[in-house]
Design a protein around this ligand. Structure first.
Ligand SMILES: *[C@@H]1O[C@H](CO)[C@@H](O)[C@H](O)[C@H]1NC(C)=O
Ligand SMILES: *[C@@H]1O[C@H](CO)[C@@H](O)[C@H](O)[C@H]1NC(C)=O
Ligand SMILES: *[C@@H]1O[C@H](CO)[C@@H](O)[C@H](O)[C@H]1NC(C)=O
Ligand SMILES: *[C@@H]1O[C@H](CO)[C@@H](O)[C@H](O)[C@H]1NC(C)=O
Ligand SMILES: *[C@@H]1O[C@H](CO)[C@@H](O)[C@H](O)[C@H]1NC(C)=O
Ligand SMILES: *[C@@H]1O[C@H](CO)[C@@H](O)[C@H](O)[C@H]1NC(C)=O
Ligand SMILES: *[C@@H]1O[C@H](CO)[C@@H](O)[C@H](O)[C@H]1NC(C)=O
Ligand SMILES: *[C@@H]1O[C@H](CO)[C@@H](O)[C@H](O)[C@H]1NC(C)=O
Length: 375
C-alpha cells in the first residue's frame, strides 16, 4: 500500500489497524545443524580444507566477504567451512553474518578457528601449532611516533601506551571490551591432546625453514611441536624486537599475568566478539570455540640481525607451506575426533571463566580489574 492509498483510506474513515498481528503459521523450516564449523581467514589457509574434504553443498550467504562469499558444507552438513577475509573488520563482519544467518542452528556446533600467525620466539618455533586459552587484542591503544616522544620519555620503548594511562606498561584505565577473551580451557586441553597425537606427522618444512630455526635459541629452534599458549590480535602487522617484546609484556599486564603471548594474528578477537554477542542471546556456544594458530614466521628477527626491515621483507625464510600443512594436520585430527567421539565432546563442561572483560556471559572474571571506565 502506498502513502496516497493509505491517506485516501483514512480520509474515507476506514481505520488502519495499529495492532499488527503477523501470521505465525509459516511452515517450520529444518535448519542445518553443523557439528563442526571450520573458520579460516584467507585463501592459503582454506586450500587444504577445500582440497581434502568433499564439500557437496556450496552456497553464498549475505554478509560474507566479497572475496570469500561461499560457505561449504559436507553432504550431511556435519562439517562446514567459511573463510572470513583478513583483519579484524573482515573477521567480525563475516562471523556476525554467518552466526545470524537463519538457515543454521548452531546450538550444538563446535568451532575451529584455523589460521597461521606470527610466533614469539621466546615461546614457540616456526611450523608449530598453538591452541589458545586467551585471545588478547593489543595495539588497541594510543600511539605516537617514537620520534616525537623519545626526547621527553626516555624510558619508553615504543610509541604505544594504554587508554587512560600515562605509561606504556600501565593497566588501561578505560577499555572497549574486546581486549581480552578467555576460552574453554577443558575443550582447549582436549584439542591439545588430539593435536599432540598427530605431532609426529608434522613436517619440518623447506631447507630454508630448517635453517631459519637454527638462527634462534630454544624453544624457537625446535622441530614443530604443539603448545597451549595465547594469541594476540592486532590489525597492525607489527614485527621486530621492541614491539614484539612490548606486546608480550602488555599481554601479561592486560590479563593480570594469566596469558602468555606466543602467536599473533589479525582476527581472533574480532571473531570472538561476534561469538560473545551471539552466545549472549543463545545463538552460538562460546564454550565450543577452539582457536588454533600455527606459526608461519617469527615476530622478531634473530638477535644478531641488524636490519629488521631487510629481514622482514627480503630475507628468505623458506616460505609458509609447512605452517599451512601442520595447521591442517592438527585441525583435521580435531574435526575427525569431534565427529568420532561426539558424546565425549558434548559432555565437556568448562570450569574456568568464559568470556570478555565485561563479564558479558556471567561468572567471575579471573583477569583484568574491577574498575575500568567503559566508554
Ligand atoms: C493485539 O491483538 C492481539 C490479538 O487479537 C490481542 O491479544 C492484543 O491484546 C492486542 N494488543 C493491543 C496492544 O491492542
Ligand atoms: C564445492 O566447493 C569446493 C571448493 O571449491 C569444491 O571442491 C567442490 O567440488 C564443490 N562442490 C560441488 C558439489 O560443486
Ligand atoms: C582481542 O582480544 C584480546 C584479548 O581478548 C584483547 O586484548 C584485544 O584488545 C582484542 N582486540 C580486538 C581488536 O578486539
Ligand atoms: C619510566 O620512568 C618513570 C619515572 O621514573 C616510571 O614511573 C615509569 O614506570 C617508567 N616507565 C617504563 C615503561 O619503564
Ligand atoms: C647470526 O647467527 C647465526 C647463528 O650463529 C649465524 O648462522 C648467522 O650467520 C648470523 N647472522 C648474521 C647476520 O650475523
Ligand atoms: C618487557 O619486560 C621485561 C621484563 O620485565 C623487560 O626487561 C623488558 O624491558 C620489557 N620490554 C618491553 C619492550 O617492554
Ligand atoms: C568417551 O566416553 C566414553 C563413555 O563415557 C568413554 O568410555 C571413552 O573412554 C571416552 N573416550 C575418550 C576418547 O575420551
Ligand atoms: C590479579 O592477580 C593478583 C595476584 O595473583 C590477584 O590477587 C588478583 O585477585 C587478580 N585480579 C583479578 C581481577 O583477578
Amino acid at each position: 500500500m502506498n502513502f496516497l492509498t493509505l491517506l485516501s483510506l483514512i480520509s474515507l474513515g476506514l481505520s488502519f489497524p495499529l495492532n499488527h498481528t503477523l501470521p505465525t503459521t509459516s511452515p517450520k523450516v529444518d535448519k542445518f545443524q553443523p557439528k563442526v564449523f571450520v573458520v579460516t581467514m584467507f585463501s592459503l589457509e582454506e586450500e587444504h580444507w577445500l582440497q581434502n574434504v568433499y564439500f557437496a553443498n556450496n552456497f553464498t550467504l549475505p554478509g560474507l566477504s566479497p572475496l570469500y562469499p561461499m560457505v561449504h558444507c559436507t553432504t550431511d552438513f556435519d562439517v562446514c567451512h567459511v573463510t572470513t577475509g583478513e583483519g579484524e573488520i573482515n573477521a567480525a563482519n563475516t562471523m556476525m553474518a554467518l552466526l545470524l544467518n537463519p538457515l543454521f542452528d548452531y546450538s550444538e556446533t563446535f568451532w575451529l578457528i584455523n589460521g597461521i600467525a606470527g610466533g614469539h620466539p621466546q615461546e614457540i618455533s616456526y611450523g608449530s601449532v598453538t591452541i589458545a586459552k586467551y585471545a588478547v587484542q593489543v595495539a588497541l591503544q594510543y600511539e605516537m611516533s617514537y620520534n616525537d616522544i623519545m626526547a621527553d620519555h626516555k624510558n619508553w620503548t615504543s610509541g604505544y601506551w594504554s587508554y587512560g594511562s600515562d605509561d606504556p606498561l600501565a593497566y588501561p584505565e578505560n577499555v572497549y571490551g574486546t581486549e581480552v577473551f578467555e576460552l574453554n580451557e577443558k575443550l582447549r586441553d582436549k584439542a591439545l591432546e588430539v593435536a599432540k597425537s598427530v605431532e609426529d606427522q608434522f613436517v619440518e618444512g623447506s631447507e630454508r625453514n630448517i635453517g631459519l630455526r637454527k638462527l634462534y635459541p630454544s624453544p624457537a629452534n625446535k622441530k614443530p611441536f604443539v603448545k597451549g599458549c595465547d594469541v594476540l590480535t592486532s590489525d597492525t602487522y607489527f614485527s621486530a624486537k621492541t614491539l614484539d617484546d612490548y606486546f608480550y609484556n602488555l599481554t601479561s599486564v592486560l590479563t593480570n599475568g594469566s596469558a602468555t603471548y606466543c602467536s599473533t594474528a589479525q582476527e581472533d578477537n574480532a571473531s570472538l566478539e561476534a561469538f560473545i554477542r551471539l552466545a549472549k542471546s543463545g545463538v552460538a556456544r562460546y564454550d565450543r570455540v577452539i582457536v588454533m594458530r600455527s606459526i608461519s614466521d617469527y615476530a622478531q628477527p634473530p638477535s644478531n640481525f641488524t636490519d629488521p626491515v631487510y629481514w622482514f621483507n627480503e630475507y628468505d625464510q623458506g616460505g609458509i607451506q609447512a605452517s599451512l600443512d601442520n595447521l591442517f594436520t592438527a585441525g583435521f585430527a580435531i574435526v575427525e575426533d569431534i565427529l568420532n567421539n561426539w558424546d565425549n565432546y558434548t559432555e565437556i563442561q568448562a570450569d574456568n571463566y568464559l568470556g570478555d572483560i565485561f563479564g558479558t556471559l556471567g561468572g567471575k572474571m579471573d583477569f583484568g580489574k574491577e574498575s575500568y571506565v567503559i566508554h
